[in-house]
Design a protein around this ligand. Structure first.
Ligand SMILES: Nc1nc2c(ncn2[C@@H]2O[C@H](COP(=O)(O)OP(=O)(O)OP(=O)(O)O)[C@@H](O)[C@H]2O)c(=O)[nH]1
Ligand SMILES: [Mg+2]
Length: 422
């Protein structure tokens, strides 16, 4: 197992809520999830950024010494490095130490966890987009392997040509991936259209990675869903049908989690996945109430939800893992009205959550029982299109239907209401 030495920096003028240490704690989890041990940490509060290497030469010496002393063969920067910083740092650290940044670690984890073809395509796209401007070293490295020569003047001419070929290859690969992803996206869009026609509402589970989204879906649907104490277990949207207390069916959709400094190449590549949530009737924001950075995680998710989805869907904040949280009052102190606290694992307050979900969804849909005369064929057709029909029984005078009706159709159906139902 390789060993990584972590470097956290506080950028000047950064109005961040995460301390360097807290962000490094998270980087440590990421690095471990990617399969590396952690050798140690360095941190620096920068008064100004060294454009060429991010941190100054003195600090670099210190990091190198510490990395070598702890047998670390990788140095991980907690900030995304620009391609030129990456190159300069590689030059500084030389052959024995690999330089990567937080983004590369996250991409690595995504690549290892993607299971469906769609997930794999999206990760691959993000990886190529990330690699394209950073290609130089990869090539010179390859050239050395192939020719057995040191880099430098000797390989420069043919190296540059090869580099151009590689770049072109990657660009065309990116184009192909985008086309493939677009196909998948259109297919998803069709599926969503179908769901809309069936009028089964969609409730999306969003939240910070490891908050317990998949655990909740598992508890709700009794399905076999992957739950793991690691970051980014879930990359592919999974949807399960769940019946609410009234019997009304709902689709719950679990998907990829968020993290502080989530790379933009990933957000862009996972557009199709995120759209799944954007379209939901209701978003449950699942938050880990036991996490020391719970409130900062919450802010990250809220910011991403609003920037990615530009969503108008309602968001309900759900504090999870209260079985582990002795100090639930601490969470509620800061809670706005309407939040709810559950344990996805033990099932505590799940009935309450479902009732709440039902209440919110029913704000848009009204439960009715009607008896529709057979002469109203056209209206029956439009019911199928716009309402959620629970049951339909043919009777002498017409069809007796239990259904959920969009508010705007309510008036039109009122004359057919069966008196036993209010
Ligand atoms: N004690 C306790 N642990 C929980 C609860 N919900 C989830 N967990 C644990 O938290 C860890 C993460 O759970 P997941 O359901 O995989 O979390 P997720 O949000 O799907 O995470 P990613 O898919 O990785 O983004 C697992 O170890 C779960 O067993 C809970 O209510 N109580
Ligand atoms: Mg999950």
């Amino acid at each position: 197992m390789g060993k990584a030495y972590l470097v956290g920096v506080r950028l000047p003028l950064e109005t961040q809520t995460w301390s360097v240490e807290e962000s490094l704690d998270e980087l440590e989890r990421l690095v471990q999830t990617a399969g590396l041990e952690v050798g140690g940490r360095a941190r620096q509060l920068l008064k100004h950024v060294f454009a060429s290497t991010l941190v100054g030469p003195g600090k670099l010496e210190e990091i190198q010494t510490a990395a070598l002393a702890t047998d670390s063969d990788t140095v991980v920067f907690d900030e995304e490095l620009t391609p030129s910083q990456q190159r300069n740092l590689e030059d500084f650290f030389g052959e024995d130490i690999i330089v990567v940044d937080r983004t590369a670690v996250i991409l690595e984890i995504f690549a290892a966890h993607a299971r469906t073809r769609e997930g794999q395509l999206q990760v691959e796209l993000a990886q190529y987009e990330y690699r394209l401007p950073r290609l130089t070293r990869m090539w010179t490295h390859l050239a050395r392997q192939a020719g057995g020569r040191r880099g430098g003047v000797g390989v420069r001419g043919p190296g540059e040509t090869q580099l151009e070929i590689d770049r072109r290859r990657i660009r065309s690969k990116i184009r192909r991936l985008k086309t493939d992803i677009e196909h998948v996206r259109l297919h998803r869009e069709k599926q969503r259209e179908q769901r809309r026609q069936n009028n089964i509402p969609v409730v999306a589970l969003a939240g910070y990675t490891n908050a317990g989204k998949s655990t909740l879906l598992k508890t709700l649907s009794h399905a076999d869903i992957l739950v793991e104490d690691q970051l980014f277990s879930t990359l592919d949207p999974t949807t399960r049908r769940v019946d609410l207390p009234s019997g009304r069916p709902v689709l719950f959709s679990d998907t990829v989690g968020f993290i502080n400094k989530l790379p933009h190449s990933l957000i862009a590549a996972f557009k199709a996945t995120f759209e799944e949530i954007a379209d939901a009737n209701l978003i449950l924001h699942i938050a880990d109430s036991t996490h020391p950075q719970a409130h900062m995680q919450r802010m990250v998710v809220e910011k991403e939800l609003h920037s990615i989805y530009k969503t108008t869907a309602r968001i309900l904040l759900v504090w999870n893992k209260i079985d582990m949280n002795e100090d639930i009052a601490r969470i509620h102190e800061n809670s706005a009205f309407g939040e709810i606290a559950i344990s996805a694992k033990t099932g505590k307050n799940i009935p309450l959550l479902l009732a709440k979900v039902e209440e919110i969804l029913n704000d848009d849909m009204i439960a009715m029982e009607i008896s529709l005369p057979y002469s109203e064929g056209k209206l029956l057709h439009s019911l199928h299109e716009h309402c959620a029909i629970q049951s339909a029984v043919k009777e002498e005078t017409g069809t007796r239907i239990k259904l959920f009706v969009p508010r705007q159709m309510h008036e039109r159906l009122k004359p057919f209401t069966v008196s036993s139902v209010q």
